[in-house]
Ligand binder design. Structure first.
Ligand code: ZN
Length: 536
């Protein structure tokens, strides 16, 4: 028996007459027993009739009560399998077995008219084979997972229809029973999930369908014929419908809910029929989308090549170098995590012709929609190894999975960090070892650096103060020496050496009183203590 009380009788009566499906009637009666929804619709309907009229009456009563429904029933009976068969083709390209099953199922489902509130969501979309379809869609993606969250997207007009039905019931039963609170109605999404989630779970080998999981399976329904149901709200509550950049329609579910909270009962009833009109077709299952939360990884990279940019180098849409640091790292990573894409970030970046030596430069990657997410320490070690054998231009260390929050630590206080470099310097005039010795005594040299000419196209013109903490020289020959520098992050070292036409002051030319240029530059260390180092 259904968990209904006498006070529910007028509600049940009203809703069935209005063209509500049996499960929507349970929702409006605030039935929260999940098992009650899982029984076949006909059985629930039969119980509702028994509840109204006593067990001796039969099902015909509802058809007579259900005036608006009659034409649809006869129409459907005249041409049963077509609508259902069309639906089946929309969802799957499987062959005849399904069509046969569909035809068989059609006889059952088409004897009912489409529910005025759920537009069929709790009718034909809630049976086992629909749940199996969702499970199949998840299976084909081959995720590694043990739980999922099911999210259901319903057309916004269902809120309008539910509101209309609620007013309809409220109006009727105000005197006879305590006021039905709209919040007490079991949400359609919830009832839908009760119906499909156990089958989905079983089909997927017992994974948990939960409220919080890294894997989201989104089921989207639409119903174009009734899209205009919402439109009157646009003129009655214009404040609620502000155009947004990304959305195609202003009638989002959120905006419609907000408008329905604001609109007075009288105004609503002037603009919208109560109960809602009978739809001639059901919702369409628009799609099933799976999305796994991003995984974040971090590490440090060395770059040993003077012709490798950090990120793909494009000029006017054309590629300049055949590869890049991020691509060399990303290829093995994407395949290990079976991710759809990535975002790469690093603690600063080096020029294409600059090597990064020492412990390397910290970097992090967001991996989008990873189909495999739980790599252990050993797996990460192997992944690092496969990156390192794939190219001799780069090397990666300390590769690890990190949290989204931890990523922020890489950028923290970036400006205050120090970097050490080695530069190969050329001098126009011949030099002796003692000519350059004084440079090692210079400490905490403050530079005024006007935005370098070479980056002016992408950075605003400004004068930035940067500090060269210390320097050291290693004499090579009459025109060459190595200059080691420890600088504040963000110092333009090349410009400090050649002066950039006087845009960096002071510069090495000023100090040595001769023209100098930089032939090679290596980053020796990036002093950011994140990510934590890993014992090799
Ligand atoms: Zn319904």
């Amino acid at each position: 028996m259904l968990p209904l009380k006498d006070k529910d009788k007028p509600v049940v009566q009203k809703l069935l007459s209005a063209g509500c499906c049996a499960r929507c009637v349970l929702r409006f009666c605030c039935v929260r027993v999940q098992a009650a929804y899982r029984r076949p619709q006909q059985e629930i309907l039969k119980d509702l009739q028994d509840f109204l009229h006593g067990p001796e009456k039969n099902q015909c009563d509802v058809s007579t009560d259900n005036k608006s429904c009659d034409p649809v029933v006869s129409e459907a009976a005249a041409d049963p399998p077509s609508k259902r068969a069309k639906l089946e083709t929309d969802l799957s390209d499987d062959g005849q077995a399904e069509a046969a099953a569909a035809a068989a199922a059609a006889i059952i489902t088409e004897t009912h008219c489409v529910c005025v509130v759920c537009l069929g969501v709790l009718q034909e979309f809630s049976d086992t084979d629909q749940a199996v379809k969702i499970a199949e869609a998840v299976k084909t993606e081959k995720y590694e997972f043990d739980s999922l969250v099911l999210s259901v997207s319903l057309p916004a007009q269902l809120c309008v229809r539910e509101h209309s039905c609620w007013l309809h019931v409220k109006k009727e039963v105000r005197e006879k029973s305590p006021l039905l609170d709209k919040e007490d109605i079991v949400p359609l999404k919830e009832a839908y999930k009760w119906l499909v989630q156990s089958t989905i779970s079983t089909e997927l080998g017992g994974v948990f369908v939960v409220t919080k999981s890294p894997l989201e399976v989104a089921v989207e329904f639409s119903h174009n014929p009734t899209d205009s149901d919402c439109h009157f709200l646009g003129s009655t509550c214009p404040d609620c419908f502000k155009p947004t950049k990304n959305k195609q329609s202003v009638f989002t579910r959120m905006a419609v809910v907000k408008a329905l909270e604001k609109i007075s009962e009288a105004k609503f009833l002037r603009h919208y029929s109560c109960p809602p009109t009978q739809p001639s077709s059901s919702c369409v299952l628009q799609g099933i989308q799976c999305l796994h939360q991003s995984v974040f990884i971090a590490g440090r990279y060395n770059k040993f090549c003077r012709s490798l940019p950090q990120t793909p180098w494009l000029i006017d849409g054309e590629r300049r170098m055949e590869s890049s640091v991020e691509e060399l790292i990303a290829a093995p990573v994407l395949s290990a995590f079976r991710a759809n894409g990535f975002n790469f970030s690093s603690s600063g970046r080096e020029d294409v012709d600059v090597r990064t030596l020492g412990n390397g430069r910290p970097f992090a990657m967001e991996l989008l929609n990873p189909h495999r997410a739980r790599l252990n320490v050993q797996d990460m070690k192997q992944l690092q190894e496969s990156i390192n054998v794939s190219s001799d231009k780069i090397r990666v260390r300390d590769l690890q999975i990190v949290s989204r929050e931890a990523m922020g630590r890489m950028k923290e206080g970036e400006e205050e960090k120090t970097k050490t470099y080695t530069a190969l310097i050329w001098t126009r005039k011949p030099i002796k070892k003692e000519d350059i010795a004084f440079i090692s005594d210079i400490k905490e040299l403050t530079l005024d650096q006007k935005t370098p000419l070479r980056v002016l196209h992408r950075r605003a013109l400004a004068v930035r103060q940067r500090v060269v903490h210390s320097m050291n020289t290693r004499f090579l020959d009459a025109h060459h020496f190595h200059l080691e520098l420890k600088t504040q992050a963000g110092t333009y070292v090349k410009e400090f050496v050649h002066g950039d036409f006087g845009r960096t002051k002071p510069n090495l030319c000023d100090l040595l009183k001769m023209d100098t240029d930089i032939l090679e530059l290596d980053v020796e260390s990036v002093d950011v203590d994140w990510p934590p180092s890993i014992q090799e």
